[in-house]
Write a protein that binds this ligand. Structure first.
Ligand code: IPE
Ligand code: IPE
Ligand code: MG
Length: 246
């Protein structure tokens, strides 16, 4: 949309190693077709699988996806349980396919609010993932950027209270290590399909210098071609990190 195109290949950035996606627009996609919102989520979850495989195939290191926010509990019971049902289906299929797929799954968010059957499946996928190296998908579930920051602050305050740390020990690196994303580099590129121009509480800390790409395409219509468009736009950006690179 507002990407700046710089002529000449020599100016291109290398492809992003870590892409994050706010998978938005499922409900509107369904509404346009006169279908229940759940149908949009069902198609959206298939698109997620396809895009994750594509990201692995093009040699990325990390894909982080926003699947369910701390605010999404405000939706109807019916919609929330449909999303949780799709998640269960996705995890069961992933457990079956992981040996062939070699996609590591990792979860960001407060999982304590999820049903025990989901927690058990997450534990199984984590155990399998631990035996792999390589491409990793981080699924954000009951995730909120503010919640993540508050938890990290609370964890550090706890260390101070029990004498394990002093306030002056806190640095950006120490704080980063208390987030769900500990040890994972910040996303290079954050894509938001669905036509909205906001973060909706996604990766607030980690996105400090991420490049954003917005598109009107609704998530269930998102394709590898759309992803390539976002990557190409990213490669023509000029990342300065506060410096004065020409
Ligand atoms: C994103 O699609 C999926 C979740 C938030 C779980 P939406 O359900 O928000 O779709 P729209 O934005 O209503 O179209
Ligand atoms: C963001 O989308 C959350 C996910 C995609 C999981 P929302 O649909 O919840 O965001 P808002 O409400 O439009 O800001
Ligand atoms: Mg939405």
């Amino acid at each position: 949309m507002f990407q700046k195109h710089i002529a000449g290949k020599e100016r291109q950035l290398p492809p992003p190693k870590h892409i994050a996606i706010i998978m938005d627009g499922n409900g509107r996609w369904a509404k346009k077709r006169g279908l229940p919102r759940q149908s949009g989520h069902a198609v959206g979850s298939e698109v997620f699988r396809k895009i994750a495989t594509y990201c692995r195939d093009i040699g990325m290191d990390y894909l982080t996806v926003y699947a369910f926010s701390t605010e999404n509990w405000k939706r109807s019971e019916e919609e929330v349980s449909a999303i949780m049902g799709l998640l269960k289906k996705y995890l069961l299929e992933s457990i079956d396919e992981m040996a062939a797929d070699h996609i590591k799954l990792h979860f960001f968010g407060d999982l304590s609010r999820l049903k025990p059957e989901l927690l058990e499946l997450i534990a199984r996928t984590n155990a399998i993932s631990d035996t792999y190296d390589g491409f990793q998908v981080n699924v954000c579930l009951n995730y909120g950027g503010r919640d993540e920051i508050v938890r990290a602050a609370r964890a550090f305050a706890g260390k101070c209270a029990n004498g394990e740390a002093k306030p002056e020990d806190l640095s950006e690196d120490v704080f980063s290590d208390l987030l769900y994303s500990a040890g994972i580099p910040d996303p290079d590129l954050i894509i938001r399909p669905g036509g909205e121009f906001r973060t909706s509480n996604f990766l607030l800390w980690q996105s400090a210098y991420s490049e954003y790409y917005f598109t009107d395409v609704l998530w269930p219509d998102f394709t590898p071609h759309e992803l390539e468009k976002a990557i190409s736009a990213y490669q023509h950006r000029n990342r300065r990190f506060g410096g004065a690179k020409p």
